[in-house]
Design a protein around this ligand. Structure first.
Ligand code: SF4
Length: 134
C-alpha cells in the first residue's frame, strides 16, 4: 500500500464499491483497517477485486474513450482513447482539451494525437484508421 493510499484510508470509515473488472460485478465494501493497518475489504471473490477497491477509494482512475473530428477523411470522426487510466478528477478537463482538437486525414491506429494530456502522463491515441479521401 502506498503512502497516499494509507492517508486516504484514514479519512473515511466505510465505502461501497461495485467491482467492474469482470461481469460478476461483486459488491465490495471497504471499512476501516485491521490490526496491521491493512484495509478491510469484503465482498471480493478474488485478489484483483480487492486491489480494485483499494485503488477506487484512494486514487480512482478512468480510461477516456471518445472521438475527434477529422477533415479530409473517409470518416468524419476518429475514435481515440487515453493510453493509460487517468485520475478521475481530470476526466472532464481532458475531454475539454480533446474537444479543441481537429485532425487531418490520414489517421493511423496508435498515432499519438495529444501527448501527455494536461500533464497526466497519458497520451491520447487513435484507435482506428481514417484514410484520406484522396
Ligand atoms: S471481485 Fe473478482 S470476481 Fe468479483 S467482479 Fe471483481 S474481478 Fe470479478
Amino acid at each position: 500500500m502506498t503512502q497516499r493510499q494509507e492517508e486516504m484510508l484514514g479519512s473515511f470509515k466505510k465505502k461501497d464499491v461495485i467491482c467492474i473488472l469482470c461481469p460478476k460485478g461483486c459488491p465490495l465494501t471497504v471499512a476501516g483497517q485491521d490490526k496491521k493497518g491493512n484495509p478491510k475489504i469484503t465482498g471480493a471473490e478474488c485478489k484483483e477485486g480487492k486491489e480494485y477497491a483499494l485503488q477506487e477509494i484512494t486514487d480512482p482512475r478512468r480510461v477516456i474513450t471518445t472521438s475527434i473530428v477529422v477533415t479530409g477523411g473517409r470518416l468524419p470522426l476518429a475514435s481515440v482513447r487515453t493510453s493509460v487510466a487517468i485520475p478521475k478528477d481530470t476526466v472532464l478537463p481532458c475531454l475539454e482539451e480533446i474537444r479543441k482538437v481537429t485532425l487531418g486525414a490520414p489517421i493511423h491506429i496508435g498515432d499519438i494525437i495529444v501527448p501527455d494530456v494536461l500533464g497526466t502522463g497519458a497520451n491520447i491515441i487513435a484507435t482506428r484508421d481514417v484514410a484520406a479521401t484522396q
